[in-house]
Design a protein around this ligand. Structure first.
Ligand SMILES: Nc1ncnc2c1ncn2[C@@H]1O[C@H](COP(=O)(O)OP(=O)(O)OP(=O)(O)O)[C@@H](O)[C@H]1O
Ligand SMILES: [Mg+2]
Length: 380
């Protein structure tokens, strides 16, 4: 029998693999139930998708009259694609069989001449008659589709849109957001949960008074899971599978990767795999080197995609410099002018390599940070 490892990464953490987040779960659950719009923001891989999935499952089990519709728009590059993806997700969430989906598409979107293709194992794909998107009333229909169906079926719907930062890449993001907001704010039976990374950009969308989505809903900044919680979780997962790790070592493991959800799971798995019965510090450090080495190729590729000035900027950060626009630092790290520093900062933010929180710049990926310091720049 294949032995199952007790840790997951790169997949959504559910049930046994899901830990903590008590307050966030409660808050999100309440928002879903009372149809309060929610915005969730955190850097990559801290656990947004897992959190929403977890709460969505609970709501679905406990409330037959609330339907949760989820869509991920990471690969959605245009407004038109967005509307199709939205229509499809809403139809899917509100139909149990494909026949019902086809009926609903016909009933609620007949003007768009919907076509549905389906195969036994894949989800149905929907497409519309040529040029449908040129008519505003068609777009309006899709933007109100969730509300129309909710009313007709006497249910409530929560529409969850993952990787929401992608909308900023559409041709005219502000006009698009205005359109969404003007429809969605009128919905009585539908609420929206919008989440993604790129904190600075999402913050601008949702908390800038001049932007269409200003005060759209409850903004939740997802924090990291704290070290003590990780310690308990790791120890329990070892125990569940007949192995041991001390609480202190488990906490040390999480600390090594700055309690970053994805990496804690990955490192814990590597340590677990190397453990016969009792995991200790040397096993953890060995696992850590293993993970770092495995990632180094990726990091080299990442470095190669950066300009020299961007790399110099990263060097200044991992060296602990904070006054990046001061004359001394500009010269020491050959960063050019302070205007240039602002440009570099924007570029690295947009690539999600750095994150700025309360004026403090940090490198998002904790292993990349260590790798830069010890392996790449070889800073003592
Ligand atoms: N509550 C949790 N308990 C345990 N592990 C978690 C939890 N949340 C996240 N993780 C771990 O972190 C990994 C990344 O989580 P998830 O994909 O939910 O993050 P995300 O913020 O949506 O990331 P991205 O920004 O890349 O979409 C998961 O695969 C899992 O290993
Ligand atoms: Mg995600």
């Amino acid at each position: 029998m294949k032995e199952e490892t007790p840790f997951v990464f790169g997949r959504i953490a559910d049930t046994k693999n899901f830990t903590d987040r008590e307050t966030e779960r409660k808050r999100l659950y309440q928002n879903f139930q009372s149809l309060v719009n929610t915005i969730i923001i955190s850097p990559r891989r801290w656990g947004k998708t897992s959190l929403v999935k977890n709460v969505a499952q609970k709501v679905t089990v406990e409330n037959k009259d609330i339907k949760i519709c989820t869509l991920d728009i990471f690969n959605v590059k245009t407004e038109t694609e967005f509307y199709v993806a939205l229509a499809q997700a809403i139809l899917q969430a509100t139909s149990s069989k494909w026949e019902e989906l086809a009926d609903n598409a016909k009933q609620f979107l007949s003007h768009l001449l919907p076509k549905i293709s389906f195969s036994p194992d894949a989800i149905s794909e929907i497409s519309f008659g040529i040029g449908w998107e040129k008519q505003t009333q068609n777009v309006d229909k899709i933007l109100d589709l969730a509300e129309t169906i909710a009313k007709a079926k006497n249910i409530n719907i929560v529409v969850c849109i993952d990787e929401f930062q992608s909308v900023n890449e559409f041709a005219n993001p502000q006009a698009f957001q205005r359109k969404l907001r003007s429809h969605w704010q009128q919905h009585q039976h539908v609420s929206y949960c919008l989440y993604g990374s790129k904190r600075h950009m999402l913050l601008d969308i949702f908390s800038n008074p001049s932007m269409p989505f200003y005060k759209f809903g409850d903004i939740l900044f997802l924090e990291k899971i704290n070290n003590a919680v990780w310690g308990k979780f790791i120890q329990k997962r070892f125990r569940d599978t007949g192995k041991e790790i001390s609480k202190d070592d488990a906490k040390m493991l999480a600390e090594l990767v700055e309690n970053h959800s994805y990496y804690v799971q990955q490192l814990a798995q590597q340590a677990w795999l190397r453990t016969d019965q009792i995991c200790d510090k040397s096993i953890i450090m060995d696992a850590y080197e293993g993970v770092k080495n495995q990632l180094s190729l990726l990091f080299v590729g990442l470095i190669e995609s950066l300009t020299n000035k961007q790399i110099d900027f990263l060097k200044a950060i991992v060296s602990g410099e904070t006054a990046l626009s001061s004359q001394e630092i500009l010269e020491k790290y050959k960063l050019g002018t302070s205007a240039n520093v602002i440009k570099i900062r924007e570029a690295l933010l947009s690539k999600e390599i750095i994150d700025v929180n309360a004026q403090v710049i940090d490198i998002q990926d904790p292993i990349f940070k260590i790798w830069l310091k010890t392996d790449y720049f070889k800073i003592k």
